[in-house]
Design a protein around this ligand. Sequence first.
Ligand code: NAP
Length: 492
Amino acid sequence: MKFQDATIAEVDQVMQEAWQAFQVYRKTTLKQRADLMRAIAQELEAAGDRLITVAMGETNLPEARLRNERARTMFQLTSYAAACEAGHWLEARIDTAVPDKGDPDLRKLQVAIGPVVVFGASNFPFAYSTAGGDTATALAAGCPVIVKAHPAHAETSEIVAQAIAKSVAAAGLPKGVFAHVHGAGFETGKALVTHTHTRAVGFTGSYGGGKALFDWANQRKMPIPVFAEMGSINPVFLLPGKLKASAKELAAQLAGSITLGTGQFCTNPGLLLGVEGEGLDNFIRELGAAIEKVAPGTMLHPGIAKAYTEKRGAALGQSEVETVAVAAAPPKENQGVPTVATASAEAFFKNPLLHQEVFGPYSLVIRCPDAATLLKAAQLIEGQLTVSLMATEADLSEYSELAEAVQEICGRLILNGVPTGVRVSLSMQHGGPFPASTDSRFTSVGADGIKRWVRPLAYQSWLDAALPDALKNGNPLGIWRTVNNELTQAAL
Ligand code: NAP
């Protein structure tokens, strides 16, 4: 189905409506917002099989995966709704007046930042798209949302947008609380990011896309924050004791992770590093054997398949890169071929192309001559969503400097596990130092994601009756607050 790209005048209209809606929506109660989020989850379910069928047609993703992803998206909405109501994210603080010292009464909380423009990724048509984590957390914070539909699943996005719009109308909220804009060219996205009423941007996608949006936002007369979650190669460090004890199991585990969903996850393990020796040789051999057995899979869309073929070709074409294994079955049109290659640490240090994400079922094993070189590699790698250490207890104490160094380059540090599989919970950190994300202080998964869309506002010497409920003496919301440096739910 073809959708009309929004004109610049239409983008302006949508942003004017969002700005007007913001004046109403930011004053809604936490319960109203949570009810809206729960209603959207119900509408997603009510969209039934049609939503799944359309998404299957647009993304080539299998039915079971899409049903799971819809369930995950509904869980995001309902669990973030509960977090919205619990109000921890408001960070309510009260310091009562100290007349003797002349200190005034001060009370602070987090308030909605304003209309948020959301760009979703093609590889998560539900969970990181129209009603995905960015939309859910922004609605929780009290911000209207304007989604730029991903052209690779525009009809799926349209159905989800209708479900959201229906929920907004049923709640009696202004229409401008949610808007959905199509635009296959960069102009629509640029117009949204640079519009005077836009206050923040949420993005999930490629480095090129995220960085372009970030630059536009910073070149505005009034710069705004861009929370871009971009590509990552999620390094996995294979330590000698672990390799010696379980090379075959590690190979099976990693082959599964590299090829999961035809490698189309931002948490795909694209870089494996170990110290040369019998353990690493065995591992590479076992990994190669496992990869050969995985059938090529159809990728999300021809553009992603083309990009994979080109980037994989460029990587394998480097003189220092040696192909270890390629899937035995020949690929059909738009399929991604599972591939593992290897290179020396020396080549990795010299050639920046070996650090780039090859989005698809591809991984590169770096052979380091010794522990010092492995450490040097860890210090050189750019910011990542995750780092995994495959290690025994003895490895961990022997490689303690490495375990320290990798903390500098990632948002989630995994022991003896693969990076694919991102739990939706409060302790999750999905975001890492640049270039994995544009702001490593925040997460895009888990209810802490709400904190991206707020700013602190302090009230000095304010009348109790005129304060927001979260700061009133009586604590009518019953939330946890820090009162004179003590965390309490008690009224003043
Ligand atoms: P993408 O091509 O960057 O597209 C994402 C969205 O941004 C689309 O709506 C796209 O619209 C828009 N966009 C891209 N470049 C733009 C530009 N220069 N100006 C304006 N808008 C632009 O990403 P994708 O191919 O859908 O997703 C795959 C990538 O996402 C991979 O690199 C993967 O690692 C990453 N990813 C990251 C995470 C994470 O949480 N860190 C999660 C999932 C995926 P148009 O198509 O119209 O350009």
